[in-house]
Design a protein around this ligand. Structure first.
Ligand code: PLP
Length: 384
């Protein structure tokens, strides 16, 4: 954000609670991953197959098979420079001008941007705060037209921290089946679960439907800078042959993803649950989640659903109480007054000016200081 950068340039110290990057907050990748990265420098000198090295793709197949996605071959896996690259690739390959894609609101905004960049219309379906931020199936249904090509799911969700139950996923499968829609499921947070919640990959529920499932190591293994993600194609491909040819072409056009980072996929997926201790009671992320959640529910005018995964919370702010007409202005006012940087709800395509997202990665003392400052700020805040 420009205002924050100007303040930093002027010598201010800003607490950045705006980006989901674990490394600056003291989270470290397991040694086995660093070793794999270091020891493959020479092996990674050349381009790889455009979809990735065999050992990485084999490990990816095995991981997703363990989550019930079966029948996937080596050709169905594409590694990417982060999930980000692949999100853009799948939309570029799919959309003609004027096609619609159902995207959640709130969403991780790259999904909407990728649809728009590819000439499509992102049609936002509501995730319902009163129902644990689960997708509103009726809203989805209402928004499907003959222009709709696909449904995007972000599960576990950024920015809400929701994990969708099987019953909800089954209803989405029914809609996709009825309207012949492709399912894109972004599951990058599936190894960052709390409270014993189980994650279900939607593709495991519909082996007959064409799905693309996205995952990567940026968050679960604290290596966002290595740029390491992948997607897997599953289900019935008979009606999407041309699309797959297009994906293969786009994949070849970028030659390959960072080869050195591909070498960490196998060791990483062998210790897939390396972040677990952080997510249990007493673990850093769990303790920080407990604090942020109770703080957001004890400051008058704020409320929040408890996140079950990842490291984000998406609190509601009483827009009437604080006279908030512009949520970006609220975030700016907080930044100027308390040097804390959040992202306004509109940044996640949330229409009303009554939400914001906090990344709760800083350690507890820092987080407590931040929530005290927010409480102080809100005691007499009224937007002008
Ligand atoms: N998908 C979601 C839901 C995210 O929150 C993020 C990053 O914050 C990404 C994808 C991008 O991840 P990557 O680092 O693999 O590009």
């Amino acid at each position: 954000m420009d205002a924050a950068n100007e303040m930093i340039a002027a010598g201010d110290k800003i607490l950045k609670l705006n980006i989901g990057n674990p490394t600056p907050f003291g989270f470290r990748t397991p040694d086995a991953i660093l070793d794999a990265m270091n020891s493959n420098l020479v092996n990674a000198e050349g381009y790889s197959d455009s979809k990735g090295i065999d050992e990485a793709r084999e490990a990816i197949i095995k991981y997703h098979a363990s989550k019930g996605i079966e029948g996937v071959g080596m050709n169905d896996i594409y590694t990417g420079n982060g999930v980000s690259e692949l999100i853009v690739m799948v939309m570029q390959g799919l959309l003609n001008n004027g096609d619609d894609v159902l995207v959640p609101a709130p969403d991780y905004p790259l999904w909407t941007a990728a649809v728009t960049l590819s000439g499509g219309n992102a049609i936002h379906y509501i995730c319902d705060e009163r129902s644990d931020w689960n997708p509103d199936i009726e809203d989805m249904r209402r928004k499907i037209t003959d222009k709709t090509k696909a449904i995007v799911l972000i599960n576990p969700n950024n920015p809400t921290g929701a994990v969708y139950p099987k019953e909800i996923l089954m209803q989405i499968v029914e809609l996709a089946r009825e309207h012949e829609l492709i399912i894109f499921s972004d599951e990058i947070y599936d190894r960052l679960l709390m409270d014993g919640v189980e994650h279900t990959s939607i593709a495991s529920l519909c082996p007959d439907l064409f799905c693309i499932t996205f995952n990567g190591l940026s968050k679960s293994h604290m290596v966002a800078g290595y740029r390491c993600g992948w997607m897997i194609l599953s289900g019935d491909k008979s009606r999407v042959k041309g699309y797959i040819e297009g994906l293969n072409m786009l994949s070849s056009m970028r030659l390959c993803s960072n080869v050195q980072a591909q070498y960490i996929i196998k060791p990483a997926l062998e210790i897939a649950n390396s972040a677990d201790p952080l997510l249990q009671p007493g673990g850093r992320v769990w303790e920080q989640r407990e604090h942020i959640w109770s703080a957001m529910n004890s400051i008058p005018g704020l409320s929040a659903v408890k996140p079950k995964a990842a490291f984000y919370i998406f609190p509601k702010i009483d827009a009437a109480k604080f006279n908030i007409k512009d949520d970006e202005q609220f975030v700016l006012d907080l930044l100027r007054a308390k040097k804390i940087l959040l992202v306004h709800g509109g940044g996640f395509h949330w229409e009303q000016p009554d939400h914001f997202r906090i990344v709760y990665l800083p350690e507890l003392t820092v987080l407590k200081e931040a929530t005290d400052k927010m409480a102080e700020f809100l005691t007499d805040y009224r937007q002008k």
